[in-house]
Design a protein around this ligand. Structure first.
Ligand code: ADP
Length: 163
C-alpha cells in the first residue's frame, strides 16, 4: 500500500512548541511527514535565522520522531506537494485571525494541485497565543521564552535574540 505523506509548511523563525505540537500530531496521522521550511517572499529579508539555521533547529527538535524529515522549498507549495507525492498539507489553526488567510491559501493550493488536501489541526489551548514573532518580541525585551520554545533551541534563541 502506498505510504501517506503529509507536508507541514511554515517559516519556523524560530520553531515554537506550537509548531512542534502540530508536527507531532501530524506524525501520528501520516506515515511520513515532511516539515518544509519555506522562504516567504513577504517576509524576505525579515528573518532572524537563516534558512539553514531554521532547518538545523527543526532537525534537533524532531529527532525523536523517526517518520519526520525536514526540507526547504522556495517556490509553490502545491508544486512541492505534487513532487513529493504528498496527500495532505497540515497546518495549525490558532484563532479566527488565522482563518481567512489560511482558507485562501487552502483554496489556491487546491486549484493548483487538486490531489492534495489541506488539513487544519486546532492549536492546543496552551499555545493558541503563541507565534514566532511573540517569541522574538519577548526575547528582545529580556523576557523568559523557555515556556514557548523547545528546550533544544533555547540557547540559540537567547544568543541571537536576547538582550
Ligand atoms: P508563524 O505564524 O508563527 O509565523 P509559521 O509561518 O512558521 O508561523 O507557521 C507555520 C504553521 O504553523 C502555520 O500553519 C501556523 O498556523 C502554525 N502555527 C504557528 N504557531 C502555532 C501555534 N502556536 N499553534 C498551532 N499552530 C501554529
Amino acid at each position: 500500500m502506498q505510504r501517506k505523506i503529509a507536508v507541514c509548511p511554515g517559516s519556523f523563525d524560530p520553531v515554537t512548541i506550537g509548531h512542534l505540537d502540530i508536527i507531532r500530531r501530524a506524525s501520528k496521522l501520516f506515515d511520513n511527514v515532511i516539515v518544509v521550511v519555506m522562504s516567504n517572499y513577504k517576509k524576505m529579508g525579515n528573518y532572524s535565522f537563516t534558512q539553514a539555521e531554521r532547518v538545523e533547529m527543526l532537525i534537533r527538535c524532531t529527532k525523536d520522531m523517526p517518520n519526520v524529515v525536514v526540507d526547504t522549498h522556495c517556490g509553490l507549495l502545491a508544486e512541492y506537494a505534487k513532487e513529493k507525492g504528498a496527500v495532505a498539507i497540515v497546518k495549525g489553526l490558532r484563532a479566527v485571525s488565522d482563518f481567512e488567510d489560511e482558507f485562501q491559501q487552502a483554496l489556491i493550493n487546491k486549484k493548483l494541485n487538486p490531489d492534495v488536501e489541506t488539513m487544519f489541526l486546532a492549536a492546543e489551548a496552551e499555545s493558541m497565543y503563541l507565534s514566532s514573532s511573540v517569541v522574538k518580541q519577548v526575547s528582545a525585551l529580556g523576557g523568559d521564552v523557555s515556556p514557548f520554545v523547545p528546550g533544544e533551541i533555547l540557547e540559540d534563541i537567547i544568543e541571537r535574540l536576547g538582550l
